[in-house]
Design a protein around this ligand. Structure first.
Ligand code: KG4
Ligand code: ZN
Length: 347
C-alpha cells in the first residue's frame, strides 16, 4: 500500500493517547485521561500526570492495536509529541516511543503538538485547503496560525500573552465555585445567564495594542485573559461587599461572552488581513457551544469556510500525532532518529 500505517503517541498534558491512521484515514484513537486525579487540586499536577502516563501507556497502546486490528509489526512509522507541553509528561511518551522504535526498528518522527492539532483536520474532511488558518483554543494554548504547508510552513500570527482561554475558564470557574474543569460548567451555566449583564474587558483591544492594518500595534492578533479573570474576581467581591447575592449565571455568561467575542474578533482580523479563507477550529475549548456558534456566525459574515473536527479529535489525542506524521512520511520527510529530547517550550 502506498499510504503509510502510522502509530502516534501523545503525552504532553493529562491525556495518554495512542492513535493509528493509514494516510488520512483514522483507524483508532485511544485516550486515557488522568483528569479525575487532578480534580481535587483544581488543575493538572505535572508529577501526577507523568505517573499516570507511565501506568496508562502500555494498556492504551495495546487497546489501540486491538481496536485497529493491526500488529506493531505492520506499522510503517511511529510518531510522538516532542513538545510543547509538561516536561515530565512529554518525557514518558518520548521514552516509550524511542523504546518501541529501538525494539521494532521502525522509523520515529518527533511531532510538534500544536501543528498536530491542525493536522488532525485531515482525518475529518480530507486534504487541508489552501489559505488555511487555524484557531487553537485549549487549556494550554490560544493561538491563530497561518498554515501554508502542514509539513513545513506554519506561521504563528497571534497568541495569548498570559493565560490560555481554557485556563481562564478554569480559574473563573474556581472563583465562582463551579469546580474543575471549569469550561463545561461555565458553558452550561452561561445558558441561564445574561451575557450583557456585565461588560468585562476584551484584553489587548485598545488602539495602542491594535494599531491599524497598515501600522499594526504590538498585539494586533494577540490575546490576554489574565485581566479578565481579575475583573471577574472584582465583580464577585463587589456583590459580596454590598451584601448581595452573586449573580453567578450572569457572571458566567458575561465572562464567556468576553472570551468568545475577543477570540473570534481577533481571529477574523488575522484571517481577513492575511488572505485566509479557510479556518480550522481546534483544541478542547472548541467544545464550547458559544465559541462554536460565534465562530460560525463570524466566519459566514466574512466569507470564511470553517472546519471543526469532532471533539474527540479536538482534545489532546494520539490520532492527531499520527495524522501529521503520515503527511510528513508521504512528503518524504526524514525520521527524527532517537537522539532528540522533548522540548517543553517548543515554538
Ligand atoms: O485541549 P484540552 O483537552 O487540553 C489541553 O491541551 O489543555 O483542553 C482542556 C480545556 C480545559 O481548560 C477545559 O476547561 C476546556 O478545555 N473546556 C471548555 C469546554 N470543554 C472543555 N471550555 C469552555 N467550554 C467548554 N464546553
Ligand atoms: Zn493540545
Amino acid at each position: 500500500r502506498s499510504e503509510p500505517l502510522v502509530l502516534g503517541i501523545e503525552s504532553s498534558c493529562d491525556e495518554t493517547g495512542v492513535g493509528i491512521v493509514r494516510g488520512d484515514t483514522l483507524l483508532t484513537n485511544t485516550v486515557s485521561s488522568s483528569m479525575e486525579e487532578h480534580v481535587r487540586f483544581g488543575g493538572v499536577i505535572p508529577e501526577i500526570a507523568s505517573r499516570a502516563h507511565l501506568d496508562a501507556f502500555v494498556p492504551t497502546l495495546q487497546q489501540a492495536l486491538d481496536q485497529a486490528g493491526v500488529t506493531l509489526d505492520e506499522v510503517d512509522a511511529l510518531a510522538v509529541t516532542s513538545g510543547p507541553g509538561l516536561a515530565g509528561a512529554l518525557m514518558v511518551g518520548v521514552c516509550a516511543a524511542k523504546a518501541l522504535a529501538v525494539a521494532t526498528g521502525k522509523p520515529l518522527y518527533a511531532i510538534n503538538h500544536l501543528v498536530a492539532h491542525v493536522g488532525v483536520g485531515l482525518l475529518d474532511g480530507g486534504a487541508l485547503p489552501e489559505n488555511l488558518g487555524a484557531l487553537l483554543v485549549s487549556g494550554g494554548h490560544t493561538e491563530i496560525l497561518r498554515v501554508k504547508s502542514i509539513t513545513d510552513d506554519v506561521e504563528l500570527l497571534g497568541s495569548t500573552i498570559d493565560d490560555a482561554a481554557g485556563e481562564a475558564y478554569d480559574k473563573v470557574a474556581r472563583i465562582l465555585g463551579l469546580g474543575y474543569p471549569g469550561g463545561p460548567a461555565i458553558d452550561k451555566l452561561a445558558r441561564e445567564g445574561n451575557p450583557k449583564a456585565i461588560r468585562f474587558p476584551r484584553g489587548l483591544s485598545q488602539p495602542k495594542y491594535m494599531g491599524t492594518a497598515e501600522a499594526p500595534g504590538p498585539h494586533r492578533y494577540d490575546w490576554s485573559f489574565s485581566g479578565l479573570k481579575t475583573a471577574v474576581a472584582r465583580a464577585v467581591e463587589q456583590f459580596e461587599a454590598a451584601g448581595q447575592d452573586v449573580p453567578v449565571a450572569d457572571i458566567a455568561a458575561s465572562f464567556q461572552e468576553a472570551v468568545v467575542d475577543v477570540i473570534t474578533a481577533k481571529a477574523m482580523l488575522a484571517c481577513t488581513e492575511n488572505g485566509i479563507t479557510n479556518l480550522l477550529l481546534g483544541g478542547g475549548v472548541a467544545a464550547n457551544s458559544r465559541l462554536r456558534a460565534l465562530t460560525e456566525e463570524r466566519c459566514a459574515a466574512h466569507g470564511i469556510s470553517l472546519r471543526v473536527p469532532p471533539i474527540s479529535l479536538c482534545t489532546d489525542n494520539g490520532a492527531m500525532v499520527a495524522a501529521l506524521a503520515s503527511q510528513i512520511v508521504m512528503a518524504g520527510g526524514e525520521p527524527s532518529g532517537i537522539g532528540f529530547a522533548p522540548d517543553s517550550s517548543m515554538p
